[in-house]
Design a binder for this molecule. Structure first.
Ligand SMILES: [Zn+2]
Length: 223
């Protein structure tokens, strides 16, 4: 069964100059090359990892491989952004926004919906979120109108929120976005705070870069 699947595509080792196989000559076959290139589009996946994944898929029973492909198709077909906070959801409003037990007075602003998942895993934040779907980057031509800032301001002006925690990334873009938002939100009489940066838990100060140590010092709290 497995052998049949492989040979039903291009015969291996006959096409040497496929895009994905150019560098090392190890990969040949149109379908395999396409799969490797498809995996390489994912964040954090280089050529080596992509090849490993492609071969792993090749070694799977057909149904299992089809299951992966189907999961991706379903994800794209059924997922949408929450109309309230831009989290990923299959409904109009996401589970977090619908949860009446969550603190309605605090909104945590993040860049991407994936950040919500990370924060939720900590279990420490019980308010609601707002994903901007990006960060300000004047050099790349990304301005406030390209982000979901209007939606955030609309939520804040509707009342009931008295604190906004800005959890954009500790990058130039994230900082620019945080400062822009603070200027916009403070006049509404809402308290604005920025998440603290610090040293990685279990890490050693010796190995942290100066910027991180500086931020950790600035973000200190009383004990
Ligand atoms: Zn939501």
């Amino acid at each position: 069964m497995k052998e049949q699947d492989i040979s039903s595509s291009e015969p291996l080792r006959t096409k040497k100059r496929e895009k994905a196989g150019d560098q090392d000559g190890k990969i040949s076959g149109k379908a395999l090359g396409r799969t490797v290139e498809a995996f390489m589009r994912l964040p954090g996946i280089g050529r080596k990892s992509a090849e490993r994944l492609a071969f792993a898929v090749l070694g799977m029973p057909k149904e299992e491989a089809a299951g992966i492909a189907q999961a991706i198709v379903d994800l794209k077909n059924s997922s949408r952004y929450c109309s309230e906070c831009n989290n990923i959801t299959e409904e109009e409003i996401c589970g977090i926004c619908r949860d009446v037990k969550r603190d309605q007075t605090v909104i945590c602003v993040v860049e991407e919906p994936s950040n919500i998942l990370v924060l939720e895993k900590t279990g420490t934040f019980r308010g609601r979120y707002h994903a901007l779907l990006g960060a300000l980057s004047p050099l790349d031509g990304v301005g406030p109108e390209d982000l979901k800032i209007d939606g955030l301001m609309h939520r804040l002006k509707a009342g009931g929120v008295n604190e906004v925690i800005i959890a954009t990334n500790p990058t130039v873009k994230g900082e620019t976005t945080a400062m822009y938002l603070a200027k916009l939100i403070k006049p509404l009489g809402i308290s604005v705070s920025r998440i603290a940066y610090g040293l990685p838990v279990g890490g050693d100060i010796e190995y942290a870069d100066e910027n991180t140590v500086q931020r950790a010092l600035q973000g200190r709290r009383e004990m």
